[in-house]
Every structure is written in structure tokens, then in C-alpha cells.
Design a protein. Structure first.
Length: 251
């Protein structure tokens, strides 16, 4: 229970969201994990994409100790993170038609691969177009989004559709419109977003499911170990060598 402080209220809100995801999205998490396991087992590659702050959850599963070594970041210049100047340019690029298709044409993505697309609202042209174009290539798409946006906002893609409409598996983060968990009479705007916490937790649950599914099939999951534990670099070197043709964040 919250101790009444704002920090306690936020943590309680995040915990409540995580419980909802655990209870309501279990079958979707299982499906997403098995989809990734199927892709690895059949020789495919794994990619993750998110724009703006959604990129944080995508980056969290790439080159990650305890994570799948085959997960690669699909980068679109100017939209991954908030390092572009001005930061508002990244938001503007999410609404540009054609950018996703151009990015995919220049990427290593091919039929038989799997792509995780993270977009809280799922309404902008970039994630919608990316999902559509990826599936047209024969790529399986997992979407992580707040489904509530589709019923309370207007799509910014010419089709009028949302990310959730173009996925093989949809994971609903349950985040409310506006992504702010707290409000005070003395503060003019809602505050304390929880989407990064929840989305990252969802994806780690999916990765854990994928690792277990591979092990159940007698396939050693291509996991990375921390470079800060003895033997970690040697372990990772072996994984990098074995899967060199499916890892794109190394030269």
C-alpha cells in the first residue's frame, strides 16, 4: 500500500499496471515468446524498433546481459531516442509517410525474421507503416502498444489504422491516454509516466518466455552474460562467433 507520498503513489500505480499485464496479457506474452523462439529455431533474425521514448524499451533488449544475443536494434536516424536536435524533430519524423519503408529497404530485415515494434499510441505513420511494410516482406510483427489509444484518438496514418491492426501478436501495455499516472490540484498537468517501466517489463517477460521455449525444444538459447562477471567475455565471444550471421550490432 502507498505511504501517501507521490513516490509511493507512482510505484503503486506502476505495480498495478504490471499486475494487470501479468493477469490479462499472459497468453499474448506466451504467443510472442513462442514466435521469437520459432524464429530463432528456423534460422531467422530478431529486431526491435521504437521511436522517441519507446526506443528505450527496444534498446533494453539489445546487447543485454541475460538477453537474447540475436535481438538487433532497427534504427531509423532521427527517431531513436531524444538525441536529435531539436528533440521535437523526432516527433515530427514519426508522422512522415514513407520513412518506414525507406528504412526497411536499407535494413537487413528479410522474410523469416521477427520484428518487435514499440509505440505507445500506435497512431503515428511511422510504426503503422513499418508494421505493414515488414509483414509485406514476410516478417512476423509483434506490436507493443496501448490499445486504448485506438478507441480515443485519431490515427495519423493515411489508412486510418493503428499499429495493433498490423501485428501477428499484440501486447497491450494498459497505459492510459497521455501516459501520466499522477495528478494534483496544485499542478496544472498530469505527471509521472509509467510506459517505459511497463513496456520494458513486458519485453523482458517475452524474452524469458522465448528462452524457455527454446530450451524446451532442446535448443540452447543464445543468451549473453554480463561482461562484469568472470568468464562473461569468453562466453559472449562464443555466442557472437556461433551466430555471427544473425547479429548486426557488431562489426
Amino acid at each position: 500500500m502507498s505511504d501517501g507520498t507521490l513516490s509511493g503513489q507512482f510505484l503503486d500505480a506502476a505495480i498495478d499496471l504490471l499486475r494487470r499485464v501479468r493477469d490479462e496479457e499472459a497468453s499474448s506474452v506466451e504467443a510472442a515468446g513462442n514466435l521469437l523462439a520459432d524464429t530463432v529455431a528456423s534460422g531467422g533474425r530478431l529486431f526491435a524498433f521504437g521511436a522517441g521514448h519507446s526506443s528505450l524499451a527496444a534498446q533494453d533488449v539489445v546487447y543485454r546481459a541475460g538477453g537474447l544475443a540475436l535481438m538487433n536494434l532497427l534504427a531509423v536516424p532521427g527517431v531513436v531516442g531524444v538525441d536529435v536536435m531539436p528533440a521535437t524533430l523526432g516527433s515530427a519524423l514519426e508522422r512522415v509517410d514513407g520513412l518506414a519503408s525507406a528504412a526497411l529497404e536499407c535494413s537487413p530485415l528479410r522474410a523469416g525474421d521477427a520484428l518487435v515494434i514499440i509505440s505507445l499510441s500506435g497512431r503515428n505513420a511511422l510504426p503503422v507503416e513499418m508494421a505493414m511494410a515488414a509483414r509485406a516482406l514476410g516478417v512476423k510483427v509483434i506490436g507493443v502498444t496501448s490499445v486504448a489509444y485506438a478507441s480515443q484518438t485519431r490515427s495519423r496514418h493515411s489508412s486510418g489504422t493503428y499499429l495493433k491492426d498490423h501485428c501477428d501478436v499484440v501486447l497491450d501495455s494498459k497505459i492510459a491516454i497521455g501516459d501520466a499516472e499522477l495528478a494534483l490540484d496544485t499542478v496544472p498537468a498530469p505527471f509521472a509516466p509509467a510506459s517505459t517501466v511497463v513496456t520494458s517489463a513486458i519485453l523482458q517477460a517475452v524474452m524469458a518466455t522465448a528462452a524457455g521455449a527454446l530450451a524446451d525444444r532442446g535448443i540452447e538459447p543464445p543468451l549473453l552474460r554480463s561482461g562484469n562477471v568472470d568468464g562473461g567475455h569468453e562466453w559472449n565471444g562464443r555466442v557472437f562467433e556461433e551466430y555471427a550471421d544473425r547479429i548486426f550490432y557488431r562489426r
